[in-house]
Design a binder for this molecule. Structure first.
Ligand code: ATR
Length: 283
């Protein structure tokens, strides 16, 4: 059972790049909550032993990151509906005696959008999501829960097909050749590919077919303002950046482990922005 004061972790391999300790550390200090958040490098072959010792270690729970988001599932007592839909777990917590795995990426995706463009879903009906990886899954799942129809557009159309079949009604799959037509009729365009990220090819998407009222959301957050968002701003679109998704997805975990609902403040955002700039020249 959880130790007092509560201890939480982020586990991954490698893990030194994770910004979660900075994020949760900020909230613990800001709210004066006794507790800790630790960074654990757990190699894939060490996962069974990690879970064998989980109760004895007194963990309140933690975050799971690459490459363990699917590998941890067999060690859990239960997986929540979002993690089931996404086939990936990013947050662990206790519910009574049960160790539960959830996925807060869709909550983060939506929380960030709600914060940046309040009331956006009162009128938005159609979304186009570029990509078919983990980030696209979270976006599609989240948007589906808000009743939008989602067109998944991916370079490898087979991956979009598989995802659309997985999500069922309201999610369609397309190759990039359909993009211009889909953009003309959408209310929200989401980049959930790695294009535009540092060390990745630039995102050279031509936004001219996009409906003028459409919102443009880029899940990439290094650099903080991607080329896509710059281009969208220049055309007068409302834009949403990816850093907020990282911040908002963390709220649920903190709430479970430390029994307090933290705010995503401007001060927290600046702290993480400064860290990104310090580690990525030009970001
Ligand atoms: P994540 O889990 O972060 O979403 P991922 O699973 O590696 O990352 O997915 C990356 C996405 O970016 C994929 O949709 C990928 O397209 P493919 O499925 O065709 O690989 C997309 N992507 C990466 N590089 C791309 C490129 N140069 N052009 C178009 N799409 C690209």
């Amino acid at each position: 059972m959880p130790a007092n004061p509560p201890r939480a972790f982020v586990m991954g391999h490698p893990i030194s790049h994770s910004r979660s300790p900075m994020l949760h550390g900020y909230w613990l200090k800001h709210y004066g909550i006794p507790g800790s958040y630790e960074m654990l490098d757990v190699a894939p072959e060490a996962i069974p032993d990690f879970f064998k010792g989980f109760r004895a270690a007194g963990w309140a729970g933690g975050n799971v990151t690459v490459p363990h988001k699917t590998a941890v599932i067999p060690f859990l007592d239960r997986v929540d509906p979002a993690a089931t839909a996404m086939g990936a777990v990013n947050t662990l917590w206790w519910e009574g005696e049960a160790l539960v795995g959830g996925n807060t990426d869709a909550i983060g995706f939506l929380g960030n959008l709600d914060h940046a463009v309040p009331g956006w879903d009162k009128t938005a009906r159609k979304a186009v999501v570029l990509g078919a990886g983990g980030a696209a899954r979270a976006a599609a799942y989240g948007l589906q829960t808000r009743g939008l129809s989602v067109a998944l557009c991916n370079r490898t159309v087979e991956k979009a097909d598989a995802l659309a079949r997985h999500f069922g009604q309201g999610v369609s799959a397309h190759g990039l050749e359909d993009l211009d037509g889909l953009m003309a009729g959408c209310d929200l365009l989401v980049n959930a590919t790695s294009l535009g990220m540092v060390h990745q090819p630039a995102n050279t998407l031509d936004l001219s077919p996009l409906a003028p009222g459409a919102i443009v959301y880029d899940v990439v957050y290094v650099p903080l303002e991607t080329g896509l968002l710059k281009a969208a701003k220049a055309r007068g679109h409302r834009t949403v950046d990816g850093l907020g998704m990282l911040l908002f997805q963390a709220v649920e975990g903190f709430r479970h482990w430390f029994d307090a609902t933290p705010d995503v403040t401007d001060e927290l955002r600046r702290l993480i922005e400064d860290d990104i700039r310090a580690k990525t020249p030009g970001a």
